[in-house]
Design a protein around this ligand. Structure first.
Ligand code: AHR
Length: 502
């Protein structure tokens, strides 16, 4: 190991960023490609249960432990009629679905999704259509879902066999309404007013709900910044979170640049926080708007194939990414970025969950884990507690996103359960790094495990026939020495979880 290849973490129990809101480990199921049909739902498949839900998928979703799932879109939602997706399945209409150029059968809908959520132990995050529809429809769907009984839509739900209201807490006010590709896209003034009015009416129906207003579809959008400011100025009192979306790619095949992409994600988050607080100040408001990073991932492998798709078919293979190790490393780094902003990022959704831009891929014969499954699953399972405000000494490299650290890291303390967890990504493609962390204040803590995801080839991935090409292994060299210092090696090109316990 080169002597400069060192990363030192300095932690103090009382210096914290904030408590991790478990909803930061959310994900997303859109009516798109094979996410729903052949993904979570495939009646007749040998793994389907009595509802048609894929049991093998349920098992993996439970393994990740996904606290919230955003649904039903995405771009899909902007021309969607929620009423088409409830009631007797045989009476539901098939519709042209213009966002993705397919036919939507509506065989799976709102009621089926809520049932599926219960099975996997997730809460729904339901998006309403503010593209082709208005605030009346927004009101009606809240009434259908959240009112007990005695009104038209609550009684309709009961007629459909669902006695108890779903009590959906979290609602997205449309999707990416700044994007010219979005059905019914708007100016920030138009959208801010419409979203504010929708939130206002929806909260009249159920004051317990929380609303997410659309921020820009990415930091690269021409109106980024102005969009957030104007939207919030027009909707502030009726919304609770603002959304951020980002997808990175390695089209230029430059792995160091690609792995530095989360430097730009850091800037994105910090800019949106500043804008929220600026609007708060100008309104002399006591209310703080927090962030919902409700679409994030790597997306590019599938784009060429998707451009050639025939139109108006049902659930074609669309946005099916074959992820490799470098994608998993960036997903790990993006997760670390989200956690380091745990004071303001309260919700995040890996986009998406099954078959579409996903950690889980199904075939007719079973499921396999994409490389990105591992950092997402391990973050969700082990990243609960208080994020420590860590001082990190680590060499950096130049990238197109600015100077990037060779090692990204975050430390999370769960004092109640006597657990300390470190997530770290070594982005150096050739060299191992030595990680050191003085644990003076955590004197009784010992290494429980150090789990590693790496491979000799950053382009290696998993397939149906070779599902374990990239998988977790144990690094047994991690230890706390007599001076209370944790030392371990982060292999070149690796995602790492170091877990210490009293
Ligand atoms: O996740 C895929 C698509 O990406 C979503 O439908 C849209 O919101 C975003 O542009």
């Amino acid at each position: 190991m080169k002597k400069e290849n060192k990363v030192t973490l300095c932690i103090d129990k009382s210096f914290t960023v904030g408590k991790v809101d478990k909803r930061i480990y959310g994900s997303f199921i859109e009516h798109l490609g094979r996410a729903v049909y052949e993904g979570i739902y495939q009646p007749g498949n040998k793994f389907a249960d009595e509802n048609g839900f894929r049991k093998d998928v349920i098992e993996l979703v439970k393994e990740i432990d996904v606290p919230i799932v955003r649904y039903p879109g995405g771009n899909f939602v902007s021309a969607f009629r929620w009423e088409d997706s409830v009631g007797p399945v045989e009476e539901r209409p098939a519709r042209l679905e213009p966002a993705w150029g397919v036919v939507e059968s509506n065989r799976f809908g709102l009621d089926e999704f809520m049932n599926w959520c219960k099975k996997v132990g997730s809460e729904p995050m339901y998006a309403i259509n503010l593209g082709t529809r208005g605030i009346e429809d927004a009101k009606n769907v809240v009434e259908y879902c959240n009112i007990e009984k005695g009104t038209y839509y609550s009684d309709l739900r009961i007629k459909h066999g669902v006695k108890d209201p779903y009590k959906i807490k979290l609602w997205c006010l449309g999707n990416e309404m700044d994007g010219p590709w979005q059905i019914g896209h708007m100016t920030p003034e138009e959208y801010g007013l419409k979203a504010g009015r929708a939130g206002h009416l929806m909260k009249m129906i159920d004051p317990e709900i929380e609303c997410v207003v659309c921020g820009s579809s990415g930091i690269g959008m021409p109106k980024f910044g102005e969009w957030e400011r104007v939207v919030l100025e027009n909707s502030y009192d009726n919304v609770d979170y603002i959304s951020l979306h980002t997808y990175y790619d390695n089209e230029e095949d430059n792995t160091p640049n690609f792995l530095a992409s989360n430097v730009s994600m850091d800037k994105f988050i910090e800019s949106v926080v500043s804008i929220c607080d600026c609007v708060k100040a100008t309104k002399r408001s006591d209310k703080t708007i927090n962030l919902s990073f409700d679409e994030w991932n790597v997306w590019y492998h599938s784009k060429k194939k998707d451009a050639e798709l025939e139109k108006w078919t049902e659930h074609p293979h669309q946005l099916e990414e074959d992820y490799n190790l470098e994608d998993a490393l960036l997903v790990g780094s993006m997760m670390i970025t989200l956690l380091r902003h745990a004071d303001r990022v309260k919700i995040a959704c890996l986009a998406q969950l099954v078959n579409v831009l996903s950690p889980i891929t199904t075939t007719d014969n079973g499921v396999f884990k994409q490389t990105i499954f591992y950092p997402f699953m391990q973050s969700s399972r082990y990243g609960r507690g208080e994020v420590l405000n860590t001082i990190v000494k680590v060499p950096t490299y130049e990238s197109k996103h600015g100077d990037a650290p060779y090692v990204d890291s975050v430390v999370i303390s769960d004092e109640e359960n006597g657990v300390l967890t470190i997530f770290a990504v070594n982005k150096n493609l050739e060299d191992d790094f030595e990680l050191t962390c003085d644990l003076r204040q955590f004197s009784d803590y010992k290494v429980e495990f150090h789990s590693v995801l790496t491979h000799k080839d950053v382009k290696a991935g998993n397939t149906e026939n070779n599902p374990d090409e990239v998988k977790l292994s144990d690094n047994t060299s991690a230890a706390v020495n007599d001076n209370g210092v944790l030392k371990t090696t982060l292999p070149a090109r690796s995602w790492n979880v170091i877990r210490l316990k009293v």
